[in-house]
Ligand binder design. Sequence first.
Ligand SMILES: Nc1ncnc2c1ncn2[C@@H]1O[C@H](COP(=O)(O)OP(=O)(O)O)[C@@H](O)[C@H]1O
Ligand SMILES: [Mg+2]
Length: 391
Amino acid sequence: MIEFKNVTKSYDRKNLVLKKIDFKIKTGEFVVLIGESGCGKTTTMKLINRLIDPSEGSIFIDGEDISKVDPITLRRRIGYVIQKEGLMPHMTIGENIELVPKLLKWEKEKRKARAYELLSLLNLDPEMYYEKYPHEVSGGQKQRVGIARALATNPDIILMDEPFSALDPITRESIQDEVLKLQKELGKTVIFVTHDMDEAIKLGEKIAFLKDGEILQFDIPDEILKRPTSEYIEQFLGKDRIWKTPKKLLVSDIMSRHYSTIDKSSNISRAYNLLKAHDSDFLVVTEVEGGKHEEPIGIIFRKNLIYAMENNILRVRDIMDKNFITIDKDSNLLDVLNKMSTLNAKVIPVVDDKNRLTGVITNLGLVNAINKIAPTPEIEGEEVEQIGEAL
Ligand SMILES: Nc1ncnc2c1ncn2[C@@H]1O[C@H](COP(=O)(O)OP(=O)(O)O)[C@@H](O)[C@H]1O
Ligand SMILES: [Mg+2]
């Protein structure tokens, strides 16, 4: 675990570049620092491997105050990857990767074996690349070598400062995928800096949002997307972002908990009174009285009740709509839209993993939920059609 406790940093004793930074990164976690240029991302990174020291406050790694650890010893536990991969131009790729192992006086054979292993790990054929010079390979390959070098001595923490910002989008996608896979396989703690929200969402288990030397929000990507804590973050995210990731919007986020239930053996007039009292259009029918957490067995609408009264049908169970669908609370917005449109459902009871009623999704509720989450959604294409169809 890496822990910042009340860390401030100023370079000139006047301007605070970091103001009382307080956060914890768990072992094995992939944490992304994001924010505009100059907000203090690089400064935060450099404090971790003691390229600089805090003006106030302390940083702990696994409970140990790092100001008491020799920086060289500390850095052996911490790999560092920077934007311009920082390879030595006059050294081969092999020599670049073996730089630190060599300083640590590893035998040549052991060093080479490690370099080969790492090149393979990063999808670079060692036979082909070991002897090459940095200028002979592409930007993406150089960046892979930069990562290999950071992993050389098997550190448990990796710092990555905007490592992919100079890469073209396609190379960038594939190298992001590789880093994610690697981090999972190797179980490293990664602190990754970017100013690109898409990259942050894709990579981060947690995202720390920085502005002017302060952490505005530190949370899982879903939470930041759904509930940004400030207007600044909201703007940074772009209000339409949720529409780019409708899979992240879960039924439990958009369902309504305001609904009434009635048991199947109740009579129609009781159902009608209940509807009137709650100014509702429908009731969810359950097996027993007050069965909020029971399995839903039917739905009854106002028009069914009127029909029942006109035709002397006495019991709820004889008129309820049994051909309804339910949806799991962990499904996402796209699943809801699909179900609503293909089955032409007006009300969908939401159930938990034990098939117990936990909420409902209605057309109107859906619109309201959507409006609340994205006040002025700029939605396009498929999703608009699906919503149009669903309502
Ligand atoms: N060595 C330094 N001396 C003085 N000011 C610095 C130094 N390094 C960074 N700064 C200032 O600290 C602020 C944060 O910088 P930095 O952490 O590099 O931002 P980021 O990585 O988020 O773009 C900036 O205003 C920058 O100008
Ligand atoms: Mg920076």
